[in-house]
Every structure is written in C-alpha cells, then in structure tokens.
Design a protein around this ligand. Structure first.
Ligand code: NAD
Length: 370
C-alpha cells in the first residue's frame, strides 16, 4: 500500500510519522510518500526522510497515496478526489458531525484514533494516552516556569521557602502525570476526580485525594467520567473552594467525552487565590474548567496567570511525534494484511470503534446519533 505522510497545519509542530517510523513502514512492505517539510517543526528534515527511504512529494501529489496519515484535520483537502482513500488521524468526530458526513459522501474511509476504545489491547495505539502524558508533564513545567516562586521546600541561611501547593482537577492520564511531575519538583499536591477508581493511584504518587460523596457512577461510560448531578456539583464546588484558596498552582484536566468540559473553578474561587498563582487549563479546547479560560491564550486575571492550552503535547514535538508514530503503526498493522493491503475486520472492536466513515456512509454509531 502507498502511505502518505501529511504536513500538518502551521499551528501544529508534530508530525504523524518520523523518519525512524518510515523505515519500519517500508520494512513491512509499504511505499511511503512524505509531503515536503512535513517534519520540519518536529526537527526531522526532508533529507532524513529521504535517507529513510521515503519519496518527497508536493501537497498536490500526496493525495495519490492510498492511506493518508496525519494528526489534525488536513487543511485544503481536495475532498472530491479522495474516493476510497483512507485517512487516519485525530479528528474529534463527536464535535465534527457535519464534516464527517461530508467525508462519508466523498467516499473517504476515516479512522479517528481518539475514538479507539480504552482497552488493554488498544493501549499500544492509544494516542490520547501517549499525548496526554506529555501534556500533563509539560503543564507543570509551564506552571513552574511562570510561577514567581519556588516549587520545592528550601531551608537556607537566607531564610526558608515553603513548598508550592498544587491542585490537580481530574486525575486521568494527563492529571496523573501532572501529579507525578509536581511531586518530583517538590510540591505538595491535592487532587479531585469524580472517579473513585483513581484514588489509590493518586495516593501512590504521594498526593492527597479529596473525596466528594455521591459522584455519578461512570458505569457503562468505558471508564470515562459522566455528567454530575447539581447536588454533587454544589458539594464539589464547596470543597474545591477550600483547596483552591490555599493553592499556588492549579492544573485542570477534567473532561467528559463529546461534551463541554465541566466548569469547576468559578469567579469567586479565582478571586480567593493569591496573586502570582498560575492555572494551566488542559481542557481549554472544550470550553475549559475555569470561568475565565480562553483557548490557546494566556490571560492575566487579578494577578493570576491563566493558560488555556489543550495541545501542550505539540510543545514537545520530537517525543510526541515519536510516540504518535508508534501508535499509528500499531493501528496500521491492525487494518492491513500480511501482504500490506487493507483488510478490515468489522468484528474487531478496535476497528469498529475507530472507523467513522466507510463505503460512503457515516458508520460510527455514536457520531451518527449525535
Ligand atoms: P479524560 O481526559 O476524559 O478526563 C480527565 C479526567 O477528568 C478523568 O479522570 C475524569 O474522571 C476527570 N473528570 C471529569 N469530570 C470531572 C469533574 N466534574 N470533576 C473532577 N474530575 C472530573 O480522561 P482520560 O485521561 O482520557 O482517561 C479516561 C479513562 O480512560 C480513565 O478511566 C482511564 O483510566 C482510562 N484509560 C484506559 C486506558 C487503557 O486501558 N487503554 C488507557 C488510558 C486511559
């Protein structure tokens, strides 16, 4: 099969496949086309791709490939020319139903890796985990670099410094990595999550898990959080207000798949924080966890710095691309035969879970019923 590696939009520094992954793809029998400049922002030159065995092509030529690999939605896609082509990336179809219907009509077979079920078998292809892990790590480094005080406890002849107090809202993949990173930097960490299952993991990282009674049972939500009752929200707000008033850094990561992010930090809570404190909101793209978050912006509010960024993985483009490339290769292996051609097994929950459009139809049940 001919595989095309797309150059991402200018706002994205990652690339779906690095030269090292090109070598592996060619070994498995594929021909690889790479759009000129695709790896530039991730520090992979055209020269390295060529040495790895890829053919460099223009934007116009890349669409000849049978299967197009990317991360974000491809810009200026000649949709009319893509009948029977395969697209693999992170398309957030739960927020993009109209576009997905257009792709279906154009005859595109699309796989959105953010829709893979979060099962053990899917772990090696789980782009949400590989990228959220980076985002969680970077959120704390960004906060530490912005915060006008130390993170660790220091006792020096010139005086003592108390450790920074970090509050993490949402202990999924990003939140757990944020906790671990903040602890490594010597901070005291408190954590909220609606899923009681994470309590032990939080404690094992040396942080304090603050329990709020009566969270809605995630039950059938595949391990994800679900929307909470008004009564729970009121109780949770009360407890968050107590913690946030003492916090210097807040990392927010709370999300509910396919829905707006829950607003957990209200104006009154921001007003109670001390000047110089920093909030990094990783849920910014779906509305943010604070009342003041603006996506892709850093704002100042009453002496606080609020950073809204849901794409922090892109700020470590080399490692993020390396891990993404591994994820995507694992997924390709799942949908290709030993001879290297496409072979879709519709009985496989991973194929079914990630496929959004196929055979001119929007096939994903959840996207269809939106
Ligand atoms: P996510 O990005 O959807 O959400 C981040 C966190 O915010 C979650 O822990 C969620 O419970 C929490 N949250 C949501 N609403 C909240 C609220 N109102 N207050 C406080 N916290 C709130 O989560 P994720 O990191 O993508 O992980 C989702 C699930 O997938 C988890 O159960 C995780 O263990 C599971 N997972 C499984 C695998 C696997 O087995 N392949 C891999 C990674 C993650």
């Amino acid at each position: 099969m001919t595989i095309g590696v797309l150059k991402e939009p200018t706002s994205e520094a990652r690339v779906s496949v690095l030269p090292e992954a090109v070598i592996a793809l060619i070994k498995t029998g594929h021909r690889v086309l790479v759009e000129q400049g695709a790896g530039e922002a991730a520090f992979a030159s055209d020269d390295e791709y060529q040495k790895a065995g890829a053919e460099l092509v223009t934007r116009e030529e890349i669409w000849q490939a049978d299967c197009l690999l990317g991360i974000q939605h491809p810009e200026n896609m000649p949709i009319g020319q893509l009948n029977e082509k395969i697209l693999i990336g992170i398309y957030q179809p739960l927020f993009q139903k109209i576009l997905m219907e257009q792709w279906a009509s154009a005859g595109i077979t699309s796989f959105s890796l953010d829709m893979l079920p979060r099962t053990t078998r899917a772990q090696s292809m789980d782009v949400l985990s590989s990228q959220a892990n980076i985002a969680g790590y970077k959120s704390v480094l960004l906060a530490a670099a912005t915060y006008p005080r130390y993170f660790p406890l220091f006792m020096t002849a010139a005086g003592s410094i108390a450790p920074a107090r970090v509050l993490v809202l949402g202990a999924g993949v990003a939140g757990l990595q944020a906790i671990a990173t903040a602890r490594r930097l010597g901070a005291v960490v408190e954590v909220f999550d609606t899923r009681p299952a994470v309590k032990e993991e939080v404690k094992s990282l040396g942080a304090k898990f603050i329990e709020v009674e009566g969270a809605a049972d995630p039950g059938q939500a595949g391990g994800y959080a679900v929307e909470q009752t008004d009564e729970f929200k009121r109780r949770q707000q009360q407890k968050i207000a107590e913690s946030i008033a003492k916090a210097d850094i807040v990392i927010t990561t709370a999300q509910i798949p396919g829905k707006a992010a829950p607003v957990l930090v209200l104006d009154s809570m921001l007003d109670a924080m001390r000047e110089g404190s920093v909030i990094v909101d990783l849920a910014a793209a779906t509305g943010g966890n604070t009342t003041k978050t603006e996506n892709n912006k850093t704002i100042r509010y009453k002496g606080l710095t609020i950073i809204g960024n849901s794409n922090l993985a892109a700020t470590l483009p080399s490692d993020a691309s390396k891990l993404y490339g591994k994820n995507i290769r694992q997924f390709l292996a799942l949908i290709t035969s030993d001879a290297g051609s496409i072979k879709l097994n519709w009985e496989d929950d991973l194929v079914k879970g990630a496929c959004i459009t196929h055979g001119k139809v929007l096939v994903h049940e959840r996207v269809k019923t939106l």
